[in-house]
Design a protein around this ligand. Structure first.
Ligand SMILES: [Zn+2]
Length: 158
């Protein structure tokens, strides 16, 4: 019984790890090798990422970026948390605009439903979310809500 449970758990864990590597490592920009640190973060945050995607009936535009991929990603910050497996870009689904989706997810983050969210960005056609290093553990720091205003600049949303 214990052995069977162990095998089932190992099997489920294998599928989960494979899903995380594939789903969050997907990019059209070529090779995107994971770092251990980024991969561990992605696994820890998966529950919140999937919840956020589900809440706006959305899809994932991009999650993990290796340093090489970040380098060739237009407009990417040199210190992007995408390189640490702590950020996701979500394309909102039917019924949501980037603005309404971002506002909705920010409200959920403030209610503590998405883990230790650091920033939510209302981007032109997607929503960016990144997390504090604590990831799943709530922090006393409040989430920031900002909006892309062009030229790589951001402004607080009121
Ligand atoms: Zn992003």
């Amino acid at each position: 019984m214990i052995v069977q449970l162990g095998l089932a758990a190992a099997g489920a864990l294998g599928v989960f790890v494979w899903d995380v590597a594939k789903r969050y490592g997907a990019t059209s920009k070529g090779e995107n090798p994971w770092t251990i640190e980024a991969f561990m973060n992605a696994c820890r945050l998966a529950v919140h990422i999937e919840k956020a995607v589900w809440m706006v009936d959305g899809s994932i535009n991009g999650m993990y970026r290796s340093a090489q991929v970040n380098e060739i990603t237009e407009g990417a910050s040199k210190t992007s948390l995408h390189m640490h497996g702590r950020a996701v870009d979500i394309k909102p689904g039917k019924g949501f605009t980037p603005e309404s989706g971002a506002r909705f997810l920010f409200a959920k983050a403030q209610a503590g439903e998405l883990g230790a969210v650091r920033t939510i960005i209302w981007e032109p056609s997607w929503i960016h979310i990144d997390w504090h290093e604590t990831g799943t553990t709530p922090t006393t720091e409040t989430a920031k809500f900002i909006k892309a205003v062009g030229d790589g600049k951001y402004a607080a949303v009121v």
